[in-house]
Design a protein around this ligand. Structure first.
Ligand SMILES: Cc1cc2nc3c(=O)[nH]c(=O)nc-3n(C[C@H](O)[C@H](O)[C@H](O)COP(=O)(O)OP(=O)(O)OC[C@H]3O[C@@H](n4cnc5c(N)ncnc54)[C@H](O)[C@@H]3O)c2cc1C
Length: 287
């Protein structure tokens, strides 16, 4: 690592003052599961590392219809929280897919969203959930919708002096849900992941549906064409296959050192159909 100054502010105003003073030269440290490798490889060379772990953003709160996740909520808290399992179980399923036990013990919701790895699960879940992110700076708070937050590869709408403090998600227990992914080895980032959320009406037809992919572009991708192909229809296996084909057709996934674009597209279609089938089963059970 290139040497840096380490600071661990105990209050939000102190943290924000440090970020304002150092701007691009500062890096926030949360769980360190992405930042520390970047420091080790000298891909990040901050002059100052601002450790925010003493700030009071580690809780999960619920009120009418929403869950508020503090930015320092660890991935394992999402897996283990009773309120998350009851009110927004897709978050628990997604967290379970992340890395390994060590990564899930230390890594945070805010870190995952701010790092914005295009193959990460939580950015895709927040995109499917239409989450709202709260961002603080010395200028005050602002809110950013998940669909506007991820702006490119490892890039977000955060300015250098801003800190992500919380994420609000609608609690959607009535939805059927599924997270499906393929990774090359257990614990690896997904080659492709898909998140499905779905409700059915009294006639058994699809009512609300949200689908989002990770691993298929430089940011999470909402599959609007597939959603449109499902909404208002009976979720027969033919209809689910048609929607998955629509999702696949709308993607233009990249090749990398491990898999080709064609393979990634094929996997996206298969996982989408599986996720929809599982979400429909759960939606019918909870109706
Ligand atoms: C072996 C391994 C496997 C992994 N597998 C997966 C996987 O399968 N899926 C997956 O999604 N992730 C995976 N990860 C990454 C993991 O989820 C990280 O925890 C996450 O990406 C970053 O969270 P963190 O809290 O560790 O953030 P840090 O590493 O501390 O920070 C990451 C970046 O976000 C910034 N940041 C952090 N918190 C804030 C904040 N509150 N406001 C503004 N900026 C902030 C930091 O400055 C830094 O740029 C893996 C990591 C490892 C080491």
């Amino acid at each position: 690592m290139q040497p840096f100054e380490y600071v661990a502010p105990e209050t939000l105003p102190d943290a924000l003052a440090l970020l304002r003073a150092h701007g691009e030269e500062a890096k926030v440290l949360a769980g360190g599961q992405s930042l520390v490798p970047l420091l080790n490889y000298r891909l990040a060379k901050p002059h100052v590392v601002v450790d925010v772990n003493a700030l009071p953003f580690g809780d999960i709160a619920s009120d009418d219809g929403r869950l508020r996740l503090g930015a320092l909520v660890r991935h394992h808290q999402l897996e283990e929280s009773e309120v998350v399992r009851r009110r927004c179980p897709v978050l628990a399923d997604a967290a379970r897919c992340i890395g390994n036990v060590r990564v899930r013990t230390l890594g945070t919701v805010g870190g995952s969203l701010a790092h914005a790895d295009p193959a990460a699960e939580l950015p895709a879940v927040m995109t499917a959930l239409d989450a709202r992110l709260t961002v603080a700076s010395a200028r005050g708070d602002r809110h950013v919708d998940a669909r506007d937050f991820f702006t490119g590869l490892l890039t977000t709408a955060l300015a250098p002096d801003e800190l992500l403090t919380a994420v609000d998600v609608p609690a959607v227990p009535a939805h059927g849900w599924a997270v499906e992914e393929l990774s090359r080895r257990a614990g690896d980032f997904a080659v492709v992941a898909v998140v499905a959320l779905l409700t059915v009406d009294g006639r058994g037809h699809v009512d609300d549906v949200r689908l989002a992919f990770a691993g298929v572009a430089d940011r999470p991708v909402r599959a609007r064409a597939a959603e449109d192909a499902l909404r208002g229809h009976e979720p027969t296996s033919e209809r689910l296959a048609l929607a998955a084909a629509a999702a696949r057709a709308a993607l233009d996934p990249p090749s990398d050192a491990f898999v080709s674009a064609a393979y990634r597209g094929m996997v996206a279609g298969v996982l989408c159909r599986r996720a929809l089938a599982r979400a429909v089963t759960r939606a019918l059970e909870t109706r």
